[in-house]
Design a protein around this ligand. Structure first.
Ligand SMILES: [Zn+2]
Length: 251
């Protein structure tokens, strides 16, 4: 399935038993939807493109700003004012032309997500607002797609995997409820680049693990940029969850 150049390109990760050739084939067959093209998505998408994920779909309606460049590490200074989804696509294609990268310069809504999530193998939530996070979660619950959720603000980061292919998986709303209040944008609160970078990087790793067949536990990972320490909190499924309590797996 892979030619000599591809085997060379991916050789160092093929040596890793936890991935190996089966995992590489699973990555090549996958279509990963990345919603939001900011500080989480930049490192996540670079690593997933570098690793040889077959298709990446990038969605964002923002444009690159000068104040993004300290953390949105895929962008270059001459891309300021370009749509983020297109600027990121262009950088990913330069990194690995084998990857089929699609970009949507769009504010995603329920209808858009319903189609895009249905076609995806796995979804990365790299957004910065609760309205979109809740909409992504609802679509992933409805279509039973694994969701890798990341968030970061100031010196703190969070990461969780919800493998909604499993009937007993919790969802994002089991942890956070289904509310949409409390947005705190980086433009108001501030963020250090490596803090959001470490979360985005681990979203890519969690995606690679999930796509290559590993079972990734439903745990909330909390990063403290002051101590460089991580804390893990178990996520139980909420039997009263407004989103997933009554769900039935499709098919
Ligand atoms: Zn739930």
């Amino acid at each position: 399935m892979f030619n000599d150049e591809q085997l060379n390109r991916y050789s160092r990760q093929l040596m890793v038993n936890e991935l190996d050739l089966d995992g590489q084939e699973a990555l090549a067959a996958a279509r990963v939807l990345i919603v939001g093209c900011g500080g989480l998505a930049n490192p996540a998408a670079l690593y997933l493109a570098g690793a040889g994920v077959g298709q990446l779909v990038l969605a964002d309606d923002d444009r690159v700003e000068l104040s993004n460049l300290h953390r949105q590490v895929a962008f270059r200074g001459d891309q300021v004012s370009q749509p983020k989804a297109e600027a990121l696509r262009d950088q990913l294609q330069l990194l690995n032309a084998d990857v089929d990268v699609r970009s949507a310069v769009a504010r995603v809504d329920d209808a858009w997500l319903d189609d895009a999530v249905a076609e995806a193998t796995l979804v990365l939530d790299c957004t910065d607002n609760f309205v979109t996070r809740q909409a992504i979660n609802r679509a992933c619950v409805a279509h039973a797609k694994p969701l890798v959720s990341g968030a970061a603000i100031r010196m703190d980061g969070q990461l969780a995997v919800f493998d909604l292919r499993a009937a007993d998986s919790p969802c994002y709303a089991c942890v956070y409820g289904d509310g949409t209040d409390g947005d705190l944008a980086c433009s108001e609160a501030g963020i250090l680049g490596p803090v959001v970078g470490v979360v985005g990087t681990l979203q890519a790793l969690a995606a690679m693990r999930t796509l290559s067949g590993a079972s990734v536990a439903s745990v909330l990972h909390l990063f403290d940029g002051r101590t460089l320490g991580w804390r893990q909190v178990a996520i139980p499924r909420d039997p009263q969850c407004p989103v997933c309590a009554a769900r039935q797996l499709p098919g």
